[in-house]
Design a binder for this molecule. Structure first.
Ligand SMILES: [Zn+2]
Ligand SMILES: [Zn+2]
Length: 264
């Protein structure tokens, strides 16, 4: 049994479609992929790095996160991990269904499973405490959060709060490059947030060079992501101004922010 150290695990984004990141974990020639919406760029990344795919991890059922699962599994025989509450097309390959409290071992690393409903009803996230890494699909984004397709604002707020309890140096490997759009909205909510102004400037410079803004850290999100800041006075004031009465509860602040972002 090889011993692994944190430093030897590599995590790379595999860009797909317009703005998806499929996260490729690798160690000693072995690999795992998170949310492979498309098989082709994953096959290319595996070949370029001479990696053998051992595991496929899925956070939720949307096609841009699952479209490549069956083909990758067929070609590599990799183990498939899926959310217990959702049906994922695997092309007939067996999958292990996961929910909160489950833990799996991938590339010698222990990953803990968290239920984070809201974007979809059965959405899960994978947390690797030793790597200080969180793979959260379309739940928490850099500077924002996923749309509520299947869940309620209260569910999504609870999911985000669960993620927000992780250590501040946890890196947030979300599934899309939505950061600049999210930060534009965040600045509309909190124009005077200095951390947010600085982050926006930094991310604009990265995107001008086409460098990913992901991963961020949870500490950064707590300081700048309005959806993690519903108890902060400036955020509550902005929600109240947008919809009078919004500041009555954390849930209604969150609901107003999410609805506002949908039309921003
Ligand atoms: Zn999605
Ligand atoms: Zn997505």
């Amino acid at each position: 049994m090889p011993t692994t150290t944190v430093a030897e695990i590599t995590i790379d984004p595999v860009p797909a479609f317009r703005d998806n990141y499929l996260w490729l974990l690798s160690y000693a020639g072995r690999a795992a992929i998170v949310d492979p919406g498309d098989a082709a760029p994953v096959f290319a990344a595996l070949a370029a790095r001479s990696l053998t795919l051992e595991a496929i991890l899925v956070t939720h059922h949307h096609a841009d996160h699952t479209g490549g699962v069956a083909e990758l599994a067929r070609a590599t025989g990799a183990a498939i991990f899926t959310p217990a509450g959702e049906s994922i097309a695997t092309g007939g390959a067996p999958a292990r269904a996961l929910c909160e409290g489950d833990a799996i071992e991938v590339l010698g690393q222990r990953l803990q499973v968290l239920d984070v409903p809201g974007h979809t009803a059965g959405h899960i996230a994978y947390c690797a405490p030793a790597l200080r890494a969180l793979f959260c699909g379309d739940t928490l984004f850099a500077g924002g959060c996923g749309r509520l397709f299947e869940g309620t604002p209260a569910q999504m707020l609870a999911s985000l709060r669960k993620l927000a309890t992780l250590p501040g140096d946890t890196r947030i490997y979300c599934a899309h490059e939505y950061t600049l759009s999210n930060l534009r909205f965040a600045l509309a909510v909190e124009p005077d947030n200095l951390h947010l102004q600085q982050r926006s400037e930094r991310c604009s410079q990265l995107r001008a060079r086409q460098v990913p803004t992901v991963p961020s850290t949870l500490a950064e999100e707590r300081e700048t992501n309005p959806f993690l800041r519903v108890t902060e006075a400036p955020v509550r004031r902005a929600a109240e101004q947008r919809t009078p009465g919004a500041a009555a509860s954390d849930e209604s602040v969150f609901a107003v922010l999410r609805a506002w972002k949908n039309v921003f």
